[in-house]
Write a protein that binds this ligand. Sequence first.
Ligand code: DP6
Length: 384
Amino acid sequence: MAKVATCTAPVNIAVIKYWGKRDQKLILPVNASLSATLSQSELKAMTTVAVSKEYESDRIWLNGKEESISNPRLQNCLRQVRALCTDPELATAHVHICSNNSFPTAAGLASSAAGYACLVYCLAKVFNVKGDLSVLARQGSGSACRSMYGGFVRWDVGVHDDGSDSIAVQVAPATHWPEMEILVLVVSDARKEYSSTTGMQASVETSELLKYRAQHVVPARMAEMETAIHNKDFQTFAKLTMQDSNQFHAICLDTYPPITYMNDTSRRIISLITKYNSFQKEIKVAYSYDAGPNAVLFVESKNVPQLLSLIKYYFPPTDDQQYYFHGFTDATSIHDLDGDIISSIELSPSSGALKYIIHTKVGEGPQLVSDSQEALIGSDGLPK
Ligand code: DP6
């Protein structure tokens, strides 16, 4: 009989970005970072791990397809969880791993973060490993360590060479800022040209701005961001979020040869948000972009209807985009825009530029799925 655990884990979006490693193997960052964990109602990874003496080898299936188990990052996670397992029978048995994402892989939606967080959480459940697991998740994918907790999460840069103090710490729980809502504007769900891993390595090797940022910008920004979150100070939170996203993309351009993750639609969204905030004479919406063209917008609940109207006006769906709005309980909240907003924002609408829009909130960390029916692996040890 196999011992089985099924878990889910969230995506996280950094508002102070991680970009650059000082140790490639242990995945130690050059700077601290801070993120919001997204609710799992819309986006999540789900993994089942089954461990049995009867299995002949370790095997893994990702989104239904068997993949090589020899991936070094995967091997790191497996080896370390087994080393911490106190039951020698269990620690030497083989695992079958099956993992699915509820969103496009590698589309810049932090799928590797959710995936590795989920894998480590699930492995720890079957191998009875307790304690801080963020240090293990970090070795799968750096940003995965922040998906080990809900709410707002800090990843400490650490000073030890072995990485033992480069861990994730919850700054505020998921319930702390209920007025904070998040919209993901999916510009493209294609696989990105440059993975974060190769992109950040090129930046570490060639960007002077990266060094300056790590030394002189991030430490102060981290402290300011934590205070803004504690005080639910949207103005400061939003400004820092946009500045940090801008700086990360500036580093990408400062990389030689340059890396670009944003496209024309991404830049049009920035322009729309900037003009809207200046029309309102205060920051109503903040944008953030990771290693891809998709925009993540932070907005307080009271401003969601107007933001949606704005998006619908400037990025209208085409007739065949029936499933444009995901995760909205009340689509009737989309109303017509006031004429004075339209005349002040000088931008022409572009239909069909967005694939779809996901509405979500800050959410909880990884969860154990108690219903065994939901397991992704059947009693034969293979994906269902
Ligand atoms: C732009 O965690 O995907 O999303 O550690 O090489 O796996 P590896 O990189 P990854 O990088 C994420 C970069 C980012 C910013 C962030 O999430 O902080």
